[in-house]
Design a protein around this ligand. Structure first.
Ligand SMILES: [Zn+2]
Length: 192
């Protein structure tokens, strides 16, 4: 399957890569809504938002935020639209999840606004009921517990002296098992 974002990863396009690491890329495409539009996407081909692992989604969001700040600085934008077109029905053109950062200026002629409309009472009730049923299934606590469990399993699986990578600075360090535990436990505490 031909995928525009995988093509950028493989350097098969005219798009310019501004940043890349082992998980995320930031690119400027040759066809954009407005000059300065920047695309942030995972290196791996995930079609839609729901398929992107939490860790990578988190990284994409942080990078999109930093890119937004850079756009303010470099292009003197007055604002940014940060957009995820998730699914065909939402106008997704490339079947590879991405976050678009679009620099905005007052009266730049772009129109991302839609007119709000009043819903009938029974329409509101029905939508609320359906959403509530789904929202009740969200269990963030369980998900975070699972992440912690995986890290703890990793600790107990490893030998005495191990190499760990600092998630922020990417520096590797060799530490004793006990210290590694401290280190990982510290990073676990950072998970809210
Ligand atoms: Zn792809």
């Amino acid at each position: 399957m031909k995928c525009e974002h995988c093509d950028i990863v493989d350097r098969n396009t005219k798009a310019q890569i501004l940043y890349e690491d082992e998980e995320v890329l930031v690119a400027v495409k040759d066809v954009v809504t407005t000059p300065g539009q920047i695309t942030v996407f995972p290196r791996e081909h995930f079609t839609i938002l729901e398929m992107v692992p939490n860790k990578i989604l988190q990284k994409c969001s942080i990078i999109a935020n930093k890119v937004g700040a850079a756009v303010f600085e470099a292009l003197g934008a007055q604002g940014t639209n940060i957009i995820i077109q998730n699914g065909l029905g939402a106008g997704q053109k490339v079947p590879h999840f991405s976050i678009e950062v679009i620099p905005r200026r007052e009266s730049d002629g772009l129109n991302f606004q839609w007119q709000p409309k009043h819903l009938a009472e029974d329409e509101i009730d029905l939508v609320l009921k359906l959403l509530k049923e789904e929202a009740d299934k969200i269990n963030l606590k369980e998900e975070l517990k699972k992440e912690r469990k995986e890290v703890l399993e990793q600790i107990s699986k490893n030998g005495k002296e191990v190499t760990v990578k600092d998630p922020e600075t990417k520096t590797e360090m060799k530490v004793e098992q006990k210290n590694k535990e401290d280190y990982l436990l510290k990073s676990l505490r950072r998970i809210p």
